[in-house]
Ligand binder design. Structure first.
Ligand SMILES: [Fe+2]
Length: 426
């Protein structure tokens, strides 16, 4: 809004600043300053009053202040006019025959929130005017109108509306900025997780190269574990940890001496102790990596057994993390159904027999029952697919069920290597 000629008119009516000082109180002077800082040149006001004389008088007042005015006699006409024309403010009479300015206020407040509303009322209706303000009016004007008061009130109302628009715009800008930053953060997280995935893939490959006895083993136990976890249910938020733990469960073998890891024939007791240290070494390797902290529990406990006969801590029953109890069944399933130098892979029915026999002894019976409830054909299918499944992003699905996500693939943790001799770490 531009500065208008109100300043000149004000001076014509009040004289010089020194003269004004004599008859203007401090409050009035403040109000004048407020008025003259607002330009009304581009302001459009709609006057609503059922008395033509009042409308015309108010229109003349406002026009002298530089305001462009239109006037109508009923709220209905006002709403029609608002549909077709743009106004900055409405000055409405409170009582207009059968209809009330309060009705117009209600419609204006909901339909035209950017339009300022001043309620005009008689002295006897001051309480109603206050009530109007409580219901959304920006101010109320007492009849008979005083030009200075009307312009001051209009100026304040327009300023308030302008401030509301600025706040609204700022809020929208903030929301937009937050959404943009959130998207950037999600992209960055996605890139970071892909980086993690690549790191895991490299680690997995390194493990497999160290111990060719388990070629393809980690990929299969990973998928077997996921299948069991999904069957047990309620572990959707643990799938990522289970997948990573299965993928890296033997990472500690990177520190096992070749003479022991690759030794043909039986290990001595001392050599077996060295071999068994791979769970603690693996745990120590990854426990400090935040996103692998829970997977580290599987690495540490993947040789624990339900009856306490496992290592390294000899945990029993529920002391063993559920993810590790799941892995134990998956690990045994793969050990039995994989080729060995001294025998060909046994059928899944053989694994079924062993797991049935050891349920409640080596294995958690709940996990064993979940395994036994899945058809052998399903396990065979998972075994076949495990070799060709490739990663899309295991981390992007950390809070989702892998099984229910079409097209999901876990990382290519281990390249396919040769058939292997017997495992040495059990
Ligand atoms: Fe192991």
């Amino acid at each position: 809004m531009k500065m208008h000629h109100f300043t000149r008119k004000w001076r014509e009516r009040t004289g010089s600043p020194r003269a004004r000082k004599h008859f203007l109180s401090a409050a009035e002077e403040d109000k004048r300053k407020e008025i003259v800082t607002i330009g009304f040149d581009s302001v459009r006001v709609l006057i609503v009053d059922d008395e033509l004389s009042v409308r015309k008088m108010l229109a003349v007042m406002l026009t002298q202040g530089g305001v462009k005015c239109s006037h109508v006699s009923t709220p209905e006409e006002a709403l029609d006019k608002l549909q077709n024309e743009s106004f900055d403010a409405v000055i409405s009479d409170l009582r207009m025959g059968p209809t009330s300015g309060m009705d117009l206020l209600e419609k204006l407040h909901s339909g035209y929130p950017d339009v300022a509303f001043l309620m005009a009322t008689g002295v006897a209706d001051v309480r109603v005017g206050v009530q109007a303000m409580k219901q959304g009016a920006d101010d109320y004007l007492l009849k008979p109108f005083d030009m200075d008061v009307v312009l001051a009130s209009l100026g304040r109302a327009l300023q308030r509306k302008q401030l509301e628009r600025e706040v609204q715009n700022y809020r929208k800008h903030l929301e937009s900025m937050v959404a943009e930053r959130t998207q950037q953060l999600e992209i960055a997280m996605s890139q970071l997780e892909r980086s993690y995935s690549a790191t895991l893939e490299a680690l997995g490959s390194a493990i497999d190269l160290r111990d060719s006895a388990t070629a393809g083993h980690a990929r299969r136990v990973l998928w077997y574990s996921i299948k069991l976890a999904n069957t047990l249910g309620g572990l959707e938020d643990q799938l990522k940890n289970i997948a990573m733990g299965a993928c890296l469960h033997d990472i500690g073998k990177l520190a096992t001496p070749d003479g022991i890891l690759l030794k043909p024939g039986a290990l001595s007791d001392q050599e077996r102790k060295v071999m068994q240290r791979h769970v603690v070494i693996g745990y120590d390797l990854v426990k400090g990596i935040p996103f692998l902290a829970e997977a580290a529990e599987i690495i540490l406990a993947h040789h624990e057994r339900w009856d306490g006969s496992g290592y390294p801590r000899g945990l029993r029953g529920d002391e063993i993390p559920l993810s590790a109890r799941i892995f134990a069944v998956a690990d045994t399933l793969d050990a039995i159904t994989s080729d060995r130098p001294y025998r060909a892979a046994l059928p899944f029915s053989a694994a079924r027999d062993v797991i049935t026999r050891e349920s409640g002894k080596l294995f958690d019976s709940v996990v064993a029952d979940a395994f036994l409830g899945i058809p052998e054909e399903s396990w065979a299918s998972i075994s076949t697919e495990a070799a060709t499944r490739v990663i899309s992003s295991v981390f992007a699905l950390s809070d989702q069920s892998l099984a229910s996500t079409p097209g999901f693939h876990l990382p290519l943790c281990f390249p396919r290597l040769h058939a292997t001799p017997e495992r040495r770490d059990a």
